[in-house]
Design a protein around this ligand. Structure first.
Ligand code: URA
Length: 437
């Protein structure tokens, strides 16, 4: 049939849902219509929920993901910081995003390291999604810290400090609505929906290069390495095709990162990293991502590890927090109700399941069960021993913190099968699995 005589696609929600439900491909006009209509409130929540579930079950073609992402970017503003200068030179604008991990506090120390090395990071950060924590929820555990920044403040911080961490706000507002709806409709774990969510925010925020930390394993949204690899490839291609050179590290998320999962507890652990200490895996991943960011931004001749040793990264963090209203001297809260889990026998800790620890932290109040609900700054889990560590009978393996004692039994139940003690050490799992881009 001649293209000029082809009937235009039906633009009504039941028809669009039916196309995806039946395994068809949405055309550009349908995608633009859905994203605009939902953002503007013309498409009902139940219709968008049905469409998201159809996408979750049927997937999307590369053409659909590309258009869906572009439509989400077009739903709001797109920042441009290319006019900004420091010492007369354009800023080295680079950002990082993780696909969501457990104990994933990396951004908190990574940004100051990159700032101290001369990078400029415009970071649109998210709140918790599903079982994973959000950088904003963690940083808001610092008394006074705000992520509601005006565009002028973001510009000023980028020039004067080298970073701003802000709620996406007017950037990709379609993602804000879809993200919240996915969280309550069982549609988080979808490659096209994760890729478009991450990349719409990142393409809109004004970074000139991007590094992605794509999680692999039990604590990741996509469970198999093949799926995570496909997600990484999709996002790298989306970014590069949109003029933002993008690369990705595939990193292990079978076990939690570091010794803490929650909000304030993770900030405290990040401060340890910034002070030159902290858990080895958190330091390793921070430095690997910093090296990628600096390379992507064209910064060479600096050693990111030195910024942790000489205090320059800590100095940047303190200035960043102060610029965003936070007061680190006020101390960080810890839930007053606690419970411990102890080892019944001695031996070697053979496993700690990231997903189960994440669910325990979520039940303690570190995450939200409804969109927009507050999280508890002091809720979380401290992991005292990590796989491979020796344990003795009666020794504490986990401490749980919450402001709501009623939450403790359900959190404890999540940890029942989350860990094991045996006689021989488990095999080492490499943290850095691969690099794409
Ligand atoms: N991070 C995001 O921004 N979106 C997702 O869907 C998952 C992780």
């Amino acid at each position: 049939m001649d293209a000029s005589t082809t009937a235009p696609p039906p633009l009504d929600a039941p028809s669009v849902i039916a196309v995806k439900r039946d395994g068809g491909e949405l055309c550009d006009a349908q995608i633009d219509w859905v994203i605009d209509g939902y953002t503007q409130g013309r498409i009902a929540e139940e219709q968008m929920s049905a469409l998201l579930m159809a996408i979750y079950l049927r997937g999307m073609t590369t053409a659909e993901i590309t258009r869906w992402t572009a439509a989400m970017v077009a739903s709001g503003q797109r920042f441009d910081f290319t006019d900004l200068r420091r010492d007369g030179k354009p800023l080295a604008l680079v950002d990082k995003h993780s696909t969501g991990g457990v104990g994933d506090k990396i951004t908190i120390a990574l940004l100051p390291v990159v700032m101290a090395c001369g990078g400029a990071v415009p970071q649109a950060a998210g709140r918790g999604l599903g079982h994973t924590g959000g950088t904003l929820d963690k940083l808001e555990a610092i008394p006074g810290f705000t992520a509601e920044l005006s565009k002028n403040q973001i510009r000023q911080q980028l020039c004067e400090l080298g970073a701003a961490i802000f709620a996406a706000g007017e950037l990709a507002p379609a993602d804000r609505k879809i993200y919240a709806l996915r969280d309550i409709t069982g549609t988080v774990e979808s490659l096209p929906l994760i890729a478009s969510s991450v990349m719409s925010k990142k393409l809109a925020e004004g970074a000139r290069a991007l590094v992605l930390d794509v999680k692999v394993g039990r604590g990741a949204f996509l469970k198999t390495e093949a799926e995570s690899r496909a997600l990484a490839r999709t996002m790298v291609d989306l970014g590069t095709a949109s003029g933002v050179p993008t690369r990705a590290l595939l990193t292990d998320m079978n076990r939690p990162l570091g010794y803490t999962v929650g909000n304030a507890v993770e900030v405290v652990e990040s401060l340890e990293v910034l002070a030159g200490g902290g858990p080895g895996d958190v330091v390793e991943l921070t430095l690997a991502l910093a090296a990628e960011m600096l390379d992507a931004a064209g910064i060479d001749g600096v050693d990111p590890a030195e910024t942790l040793r000489d205090g320059s990264a800590m100095d940047r963090f303190e200035r960043l927090v102060a610029a965003q209203g936070g007061d680190l001297r006020a101390g960080l809260p810890l839930g007053a109700a606690t419970e411990t889990v102890t080892a019944a026998r001695g031996g070697v800790l053979t496993d700690v399941d990231a997903m189960a620890v994440a669910m325990a932290a979520w039940r303690l109040g570190a995450g939200r069960a409804e969109p927009g609900a507050p999280v508890q700054a002091g809720a979380g889990v401290r992991i005292h021993r990590r796989p491979g560590d020796p344990v003795t009978a009666g020794e504490t393996v986990f401490t749980l913190y919450t402001d709501t004692p009623d939450r403790l039994p359900a959190a404890l139940a999540e940890l029942d099968d989350a860990w094991s003690v045996g006689d021989t050490a488990p095999p080492e799992l490499p943290l850095l699995i691969d690099r794409l881009g």
